[in-house]
Design a binder for this molecule. Structure first.
Ligand SMILES: Cc1cc2nc3c(=O)[nH]c(=O)nc-3n(C[C@H](O)[C@H](O)[C@H](O)COP(=O)(O)O)c2cc1C
Length: 264
């Protein structure tokens, strides 16, 4: 059975998770969501088994991943699964959100897994130290291997209730989504900027251009924070709290890998 896994990532955790699944599920191709969302229209996967892998944002799906799920035409699909990566909480609420979107197209999420990975929301906290990251990768690898077996066996593993996080999601998430595109007004760039254009190239939604050698954000931000985390000289800050905090990228995901997300 052919499988296609669609992914969205800011700092590589979800791409790594997608790769882990693709390594273990035969005949799987891995494709970025972002160019498909940019092109618009219905996405009809040429596979009987379809997976979605993305991060958790504010106890829900990234806006782009939610829009992508709504674009999926799954009439030829037999099995739908998803893995969401998260710093700590909200995975079940995000999976249930995805299930709700699919149900509008008379499909359901057959299996979902919420995988704990290093949190990358540097606006709120520092990423975990390297030893803690290693532990998270080890545990995540084991969890994903088990989830790949579930998928291969075609078993059901539907997300359970998310009472507490579901409630917070209901209150918080709509506000987050509404503020998202313009949230890039809070980005600043210092004189350390070398005009290398890494930020331009890693932005999955092509929201950044260089003007007079400096990044300019164009208010269609997804808040993935790839720009801030990958700047080689840490010239980009968001608000006042990110200065001095460590930056993060999954160590097995390269800059060219992240740049590849812009292309279909
Ligand atoms: C805007 C934003 C919101 C986030 N919200 C949550 C959250 O609600 N719960 C959580 O556990 N982690 C949250 N995180 C952390 C990410 O879900 C986590 O680090 C994820 O693995 C990043 O995946 P990526 O490397 O594929 O972008 C958030 C990160 C960002 C950038």
């Amino acid at each position: 059975m052919e499988t296609v896994i669609y992914y969205f990532t800011g700092t590589g955790n979800s791409l790594w998770a997608g790769r882990k699944l693709a390594e273990q599920i035969p005949d799987t191709s891995l494709r970025p969501m972002a160019p498909l969302v940019r092109n618009g229209g219905r996405v009809r996967p040429d596979a009987e088994r379809v997976g979605n892998v993305c991060p958790v944002y504010f106890l829900g799906l990234p806006s782009l991943a939610a829009r992508f799920a709504g674009m999926l035409g799954l009439s030829g699909t037999r099995y739908v699964f998803a893995a969401v990566t998260m710093g700590g909480i909200g995975g079940t609420a995000a999976l249930r959100q995805l299930d709700g979107i699919l149900s509008r197209n008379r499909k359901e999420l057959d299996a979902g897994s919420a995988v704990k990975m290093p949190g990358n929301y540097v606006v709120g906290y520092s990423p975990p130290d390297p030893a803690k990251q290693e532990e998270l990768f080890r545990n995540a690898g084991e969890q994903l291997a088990g989830f790949a077996e579930t998928v291969k066996a075609g078993k059901k593993a539907r997300p359970g209730p998310a009472v507490f996080s579901g409630l917070i999601h209901a209150v918080w998430y709509p506000r987050f989504i509404a503020s998202l595109p313009g949230s890039d007004r809070e980005f600043t760039v210092s004189d350390a900027c070398t005009s290398c254009s890494t930020c331009v190239q890693v932005c999955p939604v092509e929201n950044i251009t260089l003007e007079a050698g400096r990044p300019v954000w164009h208010h269609r931000c997804e808040c993935c924070l790839a720009c801030i985390h990958t700047c080689p000289v840490e010239a980009i800050q968001r608000g006042k709290k990110t200065a001095g905090r460590a930056r993060y990228r999954h160590p097995a995901v390269s800059l060219p890998d992240l740049k590849g997300q812009q292309k279909g």
